[in-house]
Design a protein. Structure first.
Length: 278
């Protein structure tokens, strides 16, 4: 069985991201697997170097799959491009080493955001740029970059942070380049957390607009999730329930109603916020 490495380019505008999802057929990985499986006559699974979110595009996503076939790499590329939609293209198919894995062997990942300066406009590229309604101070943005580059705990710059997996990442570099109407933010790193690049981009834009200070970066990195009532309560939900019920049974009178209300609010806050307040 041969191991094949492919390079993929796609416009993610109408897809629900890269990763195959149960009950959701409209993903990049899902579409490629559907075509491969149908053409080969048996299920084929591919592994990507990284997962892109809904609406995110890729110039050279790398993936690999294992297959027993007499088709050449060129024939595999041709059949994939023939049956894939036109917004997903296979740029290259080549045989890889037996132990190659696109995700495990990835040495780095690159993400780029394109901003359109205030007053600038590109009719043909409008769907792939974030239109600015204020002038950006690029000098301030570059100062903020200096604080972001390096190995940090980026928990404050992501959503759905896992309590079990590390949120420490190594951000190799962020470059900010510009032309007459565009500003490009390019992120180079070992890997990125869920929505991390989007949040970093938004943070840099806010700094460029003067809505956030460069020093606020330090505050996010040093912020702790302790000594807040919901966080303390979330560690003892059973105790909270017992305290609430015990108080109600013993002091179920009007004068203690404020205490009961406070306990209910605390319990609700704990549930809604998942026991975490940032």
């Amino acid at each position: 069985m041969s191991n094949y490495r492919i390079k993929i380019q796609y416009d993610g505008s109408r897809y629900r991201g890269w990763q195959r999802q149960q009950g959701e057929k409209n993903t990049i990985q899902g579409r490629i697997e559907q075509v491969l499986s149908k053409q080969m006559g048996f299920p084929v699974t591919i592994d990507g170097a990284g997962r892109t979110d809904a609406g995110v595009h890729a110039k050279e996503q790398v993936a690999n799959f294992r297959l027993n076939t007499e088709k050449t790499t060129q024939q595999l590329q041709d059949v994939l491009n023939e049956y894939l939609p036109e917004d997903i293209r296979i740029l290259k198919v080549e045989e890889a080493g037996e132990r190659f894995h696109s995700r495990l062997n990835a040495t780095g990942k690159v993400y780029e955001y394109c901003l359109c300066k205030k007053g600038g406009f590109d009719v043909f590229g409008r769907k792939y740029m974030w239109q600015m309604d204020k002038e950006l101070d690029v000098v301030q943005m570059r100062q903020a970059v200096e604080k972001l580059v390096g190995e940090h705990d980026f928990k404050g710059f992501c959503t759905k942070a896992s309590r079990k997996k590390s949120t420490v990442r190594n951000l190799y570099d962020i470059t900010i380049t510009e032309d007459e109407i565009r500003i490009y933010l390019t992120f180079y790193g070992s890997g990125f957390l869920y929505n991390m690049v989007r949040i970093l981009t938004g943070t840099l834009v806010e700094i460029g607009m003067g809505e956030r200070t460069v020093e606020s970066i330090d505050e996010v990195f040093t912020k702790k999730e302790i000594l807040t009532l919901p966080n303390l309560l979330s560690s003892v939900p059973l105790l909270l329930a017992i305290l609430f019920l015990g108080t109600f049974e013993r002091y179920g009178t009007v004068q203690y109603r404020p205490l009961l209300v406070l306990l209910v609010i605390a319990a609700a806050a704990t549930g809604i916020l998942g026991g975490r307040v940032s």
